[in-house]
Design a protein around this ligand. Sequence first.
Ligand code: ATP
Length: 241
Amino acid sequence: MLKVENLKALYRGVILALDGVSLELARGEAVAVLGPNGAGKSTLVRALAGLLPSYEGRVSDGRIELGGRDVTAAGALAVHRQGLTAVLEGRPIFRYLTVRENLRAAGHRLPAGELAARMDEVFHWFPRLAERSHEQGGYLSGGEQQMLVLGMALITDPKVLVVDEPSLGLAPLLVEELFEVLARMHREKGMALLLVEQNARAAMKLAHRVYVLEHGRVVFEGEREAAERDADVMEFYLGAG
Ligand code: ATP
């Protein structure tokens, strides 16, 4: 479904943030990309979404293939139309629009009937958003804002959902709840999920396979069980010895 080969990414022509990353995500698979601060995780998400130019960055080498098509230089809109939606870090929402208006904005390309059905689906996954549907985005809690950005991504019914650090700044119980919904959504909708996280413990619960990034390179790749057996991965990322 998604295939990344030897991807290199530069900011401002000089800062090498990705240094030859290769990874694959099969149809309906859930994969976690783990790594410490500055490892290149967000850069990978931006590259996959065709958004690096917005950050004064660019893919300098390698290839991104989506559904068999080369989308390395296709741009954000084309990637989106090909079925990949990325949820960027930092919960980008319209703070002065209500929950419902945010969802409508995210789904503005859909015919009205379809938009309504998709909105109902979002409220099914996140009943809390239905309760707060007339509240402005800026007044939501961090957890609710994360539900909203996920809802905004779901509106377009993606084949591949890429999520950057959904757990950031959330209380452990909320993280557990959110990941539970993500796992169910992934299973029931059959959508491929690439979960980019520093919170390895949470991410590994729903991932079939794991990649670990460090300094822009993949330093570990394997099934979740292999990651759990790998002493370095466990000690460094999960704090277990
Ligand atoms: P974090 O968890 O802190 O977001 P990350 O793994 O997502 O970390 P990136 O944000 O992808 O890492 O950063 C990778 C490298 O690229 C870092 O050295 C970072 O300083 C640099 N970088 C990120 N964004 C930019 C930018 N817009 N301009 C210049 N350098 C950047």
